[in-house]
Write a new protein. Sequence first.
Length: 162
Amino acid sequence: MELIIKNKYMKMSLILLLSIMLILFTHSMKLLFHPGSVGSISLMTVAGLGSLWLFSLIGLFIGDLAKKLPIGFVANFPVLGWVSITSLTLCLLFDGFVQAIQAVDFLSITTPILTYAGISVADRLVELRKLSWKIAIVAIFVFTGTYLASAVLAEVGLRIAS
């Protein structure tokens, strides 16, 4: 039996809801395997995930509206930017969003994101094979540069603080 969802926004909201459920599952697995860890699933956690769901849906809607505008840089602005602007604006206006989102475990959010990234890379393995060893060299330089830059920034921050 195939379920066909014709409304674009209904489909997006269900996909986002599935992502929220995956985050809740990840959080519950963390609590199951590490019972002494900080952060339980509470009503504030669900409210925080609901806020993130709402911000994402509003950002997707604004992104679709912006594509219809004749202004080039607004029409080509990425959806992630609209979601970020929506989140930032609503969190600045209403402190309740910030408190609710703070109840959500950060690592529970990153696990599904890294899963999606892994799946998208797996779909492009043929393209990665064409790049062969060159991509490994670039990756080593990027990882090393990122590590060194973060270490230098941390050292500067520690020296300024003390």
